[in-house]
Design a protein around this ligand. Structure first.
Ligand SMILES: Cc1cc2nc3c(=O)[nH]c(=O)nc-3n(C[C@H](O)[C@H](O)[C@H](O)COP(=O)(O)O)c2cc1C
Length: 271
């Protein structure tokens, strides 16, 4: 707990799906609750991974009237609720939040924010003053905007860390999640100390090709151009931070190319 509190006091918070140097070690056992909302079970999968690794208690946040599981159906219901300014009712939760040192709060990213079920939970006051680690899954977005929103909606919340995993990268959970759990002192291990990214520069033709290949299976990014790039070498390969442009909108796109004959993939987009 000491490390965690020191971290919070120092204002050291991670909000993107990107890797940063961390190397805290496990101290005394902490009581952890993993709380999550999930419509198509992607966030559930991530929640269960965290639960298993940390030996935590786990509970799902469920809408009384469940959301449809197809994208269009969920989006339509969510838009209706936004328009009507109503919040979905959620089933009562069994966990007593005061019993826990840390609450992992998981959700899918909707419109770069968290779903309204999380707003409903916030309205109950259950998160006031709690130490929370938001975690999310998304198609591409980072968790950043939702953390800004969370801190605005619950000013007394203590956000200890935050991370998200793209739904297309669920087979890489140990890579993305273990370092967060190590840095929070929840599991044993030593994190690689990662170098800073280089200065931004014009991308080479090879880097542009790699950039485009990284979202070949994600059509929403089609047409995005790489304006500039920074990179760093890691033990696994090379990380890139591209500044991309699409229809006048600028964004940061994080791409990893692992060593060997592997396809590059993007890990997050900060819009
Ligand atoms: C209504 C709706 C809005 C979404 N908005 C975004 C978004 O803004 N950015 C993004 O990267 N993914 C977005 N997604 C994709 C989900 O975040 C992603 O599929 C997530 O992993 C689903 O989690 P779940 O299976 O736990 O419900 C959206 C999905 C839905 C249904």
């Amino acid at each position: 707990m000491k490390n965690l509190l020191l971290w919070m006091l120092a204002g050291l918070m991670m909000t993107a799906c990107t890797s940063q140097p961390k190397s805290q070690k496990k101290e005394s056992p902490k009581k952890v609750l993993v709380l999550y909302f999930s419509v198509t079970n992607t966030t559930k999968q991530l929640a269960e991974y965290i639960q298993q690794k940390t030996n935590a208690d786990i509970e799902a946040i469920e809408a009384v009237n469940p959301y449809p599981t197809d994208f269009e159906g969920t989006a339509a219901r969510w838009q209706e609720e936004l328009k009507a300014n109503t919040l979905p009712e959620i089933k009562p939760l069994k966990a007593n939040f005061d019993d826990y040192d840390i609450i992992f709060l998981g959700y899918p990213i909707w419109g770069d924010r968290y779903p309204l079920t999380i707003k409903t939970l916030i309205k109950t006051g259950a998160l006031n003053g709690k130490v929370v680690v938001p975690f999310a899954t998304s198609g591409s977005s980072s968790v950043k905007q939702s953390v800004v929103e969370l801190k605005k909606d619950v000013p007394t919340i203590q956000v200890a860390d935050a991370f998200c995993v793209r739904s297309a990268l669920m087979d890489k959970l140990p890579i993305f999640v273990d370092r967060e759990l190590i840095s929070l002192g929840l599991i044993e291990g030593e994190n690689e100390v990662l170098a800073d990214f280089s200065e931004m520069r014009e991308p080479t033709a090879e880097e542009i090709a790699l950039f485009e290949q990284s979202f070949a299976d994600y059509p929403r990014m089609n047409g995005t151009k790489a304006a500039s790039v920074a990179s760093r070498t890691t033990s696994r390969g090379t990380d890139y931070k591209f500044i991309g442009e699409n229809n006048g909108a600028k964004m940061e796109i994080y791409v990893t190319k692992e060593k060997g004959d592997t396809a590059p993939y993007f890990t997050a987009v900060d819009r």
